[in-house]
Design a protein around this ligand. Structure first.
Ligand SMILES: NC(=O)c1ccc[n+]([C@@H]2O[C@H](COP(=O)([O-])OP(=O)(O)OC[C@H]3O[C@@H](n4cnc5c(N)ncnc54)[C@H](OP(=O)(O)O)[C@@H]3O)[C@@H](O)[C@H]2O)c1
Ligand SMILES: *[C@@H]1O[C@H](CO)[C@@H](O)[C@H](O)[C@H]1NC(C)=O
Length: 323
């Protein structure tokens, strides 16, 4: 079929040429990676922890920001002596300032090559009328204002070497598939990263956005999300509970558990390989969709008319009983 249609053959040829050119462009690496320091936030678990170990095993000097002392000790035990840990709470400006001093002492005149804004939380998440304003603030403080505060503090050290910023957004920064502060925080990370990229381009700082699909980590733990949903439900006024019906909480948690079970991949390297590329390639991409679900389902869906995403949410979640 392709051979008999000149236009189709041309399109196929152009696609192949494009893919080959992109493959070649992607494969150029920056030199002397052993001299280029990378700071990662949220290294206690999940992507941050995996990335710290991955970069360390390749001889890249990692400064791993950990939320807890235990997280720092556990990571140290798994990595080389080249990797340094520090305690970093991204919602605490004093903690960020201490981190800047630590990193400055560590990198000296070389400056900071890479900053990976990875720390994030997902709870409380649930139907919007189950939430209070402070439930939104809690997530926005870590996932959005934390990213902004950390970035602003480290820009001077990044400018010195024309470094890289890698921000972890999500497909939830492209599609609002759940209520609460999580999606607004990730949409915010997308917007902040776009303006940061444009404003820092004259200074040679490159900014990449990672958009993972669903992966098995603490933020997608159905056990933790369920526990918190029960807390939200229990504190609801009776009239709101009545509007949903007595079986709604159970139906909702079951539906959520089922979809998380089907969707979540346990191969975290799909995400950390994108982060590594953003840090080590001569030509990092602006956006990385990580995981097949992100590439083939969620990101394409984000370009479709809104009613299609509305339909997906409708299929995935139960319907309140009063309707
Ligand atoms: N898993 C997914 O499917 C998925 C998809 C898209 C995007 N993401 C994003 O990926 C990033 C990493 O999450 P993950 O999936 O790897 O989950 P994770 O294992 O929970 O990692 C998040 C890390 O951030 C830390 N953290 C929480 N609050 C912090 C604070 N105030 N200051 C500094 N660190 C803090 C956590 O520490 P503790 O462990 O001590 O709480 C944890 O180590 C997040 O931004 C998340 O939104 C995840
Ligand atoms: C992180 O910082 C915030 C704001 O200063 C504070 O309320 C919170 O308790 C801190 N968390 C930890 C675990 O220290």
């Amino acid at each position: 079929v392709i051979q008999s249609h000149p236009l189709l053959s041309l399109a196929a040829l152009l696609t192949i040429v494009f893919l080959i050119c992109r493959f070649i462009r992607d494969s150029f690496k920056v030199d002397s990676l052993a001299q280029r320091h990378v700071l990662i936030t949220g290294c206690d678990s999940g992507f941050g922890n995996f990335l710290a170990q991955q970069l360390d095993s390749k001889g890249i000097p990692v400064i791993a920001g950990c939320f807890s002392e235990k997280g720092a000790a556990d990571l140290s035990a798994l990595t080389s002596s080249k990797l340094k840990t520090l305690q970093l709470n991204v919602t605490d400006s004093a903690s960020i300032k201490r981190a800047v001093e630590f990193v400055r002492a560590e990198v000296g005149q070389r400056g900071l090559w890479g900053l990976v804004n990875n720390a994030g939380i997902s709870i409380p998440i649930g139907p919007i009328d189950w939430l209070k304003p402070e439930d939104f603030t809690k997530i926005l403080d870590v996932n959005l204002l934390g990213v902004i505060d950390v970035t602003l503090h480290f820009l001077p050290l990044l400018k010195r070497v024309q470094g890289r910023v890698v921000n972890v957004a999500s497909i939830f920064g492209r599609l609002s598939l759940a209520g609460g502060g999580y999606c607004p925080s990730k949409y915010g990370v997308e917007a902040f990263s776009d303006s940061l990229r444009r404003d820092m381009q004259p200074f040679g700082i490159k900014v990449s956005i990672i958009e993972p699909g669903f992966f098995k980590t603490a933020v997608t733990s159905s056990k933790m999300i369920e526990g918190d949903l029960k807390r939200l439900w229990d504190r609801l006024p009776q009239d709101v509970k009545d509007s949903y019906g007595t079986t709604y909480l159970q139906e909702y948690t079951e539906a959520q558990k089922l979809s998380l079970g089907i969707l979540c991949s346990s191969d975290l390297s799909k995400v950390t390989n994108c982060m590594e590329h953003a840090l080590t390639a001569c030509y990092p991409r602006t956006r990385y969709g990580a995981g097949w679900d992100a590439k083939l389902l969620w990101i394409p869906l984000s370009y479709m008319p809104s009613f299609m995403a509305d339909f997906v949410v409708k299929v995935l979640l139960p319907f309140p009983k009063s309707l």
